[in-house]
Design a protein around this ligand. Sequence first.
Ligand code: ATP
Length: 304
Amino acid sequence: MIIKAYAKINLGLDVVRKRADVYHDVKMIMQTIDVFDTLDIKLGIENGENIVSLGGLGKISVVCGDENVPCGETNLVCKSAKAFLEYTGKKADISVKIEKNIPVGAGLAGGSTDAAAVLRALNVLLKTDLSDTELMKIAKNIGADVPFCVRGGLQRAQGVGERLTPLAMKKPLYLVAFQPCRGLSTKDVFTALHEDGIRGEDRPDNEAAQRALAAGDVRALGAALGNVLEPVSRRMRPEIDRAIRAIEESGAVGARMTGSGSAVFGVFMHAGACRRAADRLAAAYPTCRMMRTAAHGVVVEEEA
Ligand code: ATP
């Protein structure tokens, strides 16, 4: 089974408080973008590479050509397969090949969306027929962004990111996005945030962003975008600061960092302005490309 696993950006990211566990309560506006990893997921072990035991429920082999992606048990697809088998009481041997297109450690939920793809695939391959609500219940124990990646589109996310409410969107957005430097550790960014504290003016206006999205007012959306993690990440990696300025200077109505970085994005009034900016920015940032928002999460592309 071939699955397309889409990336996300944060149009708004606010941190409400630190919890007793490792997570934070957040208020986010999350949006799927049309950049995806492709996963080939099969039942049975195809070859002897990177086999991980699923604790009496079977085993999984993970293959990925990207050297930044771990193929052992720390790959989120292993955690996802185990969580699915535990929930359904099934046993299975599973092979997963990941073609990675989403930059790693970028705040684009690359690992989370691969995990969501495994849930969607196993639900079909093992004929378990779980509803999306049940898949999302399993997803939240895998990682805070995994429920969003199952559902996708435009959502308000609360709690640690697992409480989702779909939001209205009048028209798709034209964006550029790229990772201007190596990835950032989410943990390091939150540690720096607690040392610095959050200034009121760095908080996003999520309500204004929701109104702008519903009305299709792209300029108002640009002004309402915000991410409280951005100031610390901009300081930790000056490349992020430079990249956001470059996007602003290329004519974007708003430019921000996504998640804890290090990827950045810019929103444009229309397709032509976006294409011209993407072409200009690509001279300094070769991975920059034009993209659009998408209205769905992981998608089954092909079923053998
Ligand atoms: P998020 O936006 O959900 O905070 P991110 O985009 O910042 O996540 P990822 O690309 O998911 O970060 O990678 C974070 C770490 O997760 C990587 O350093 C990598 O070691 C690990 N990882 C585990 N599984 C995967 C996977 N399938 N794809 C990418 N990274 C993975």
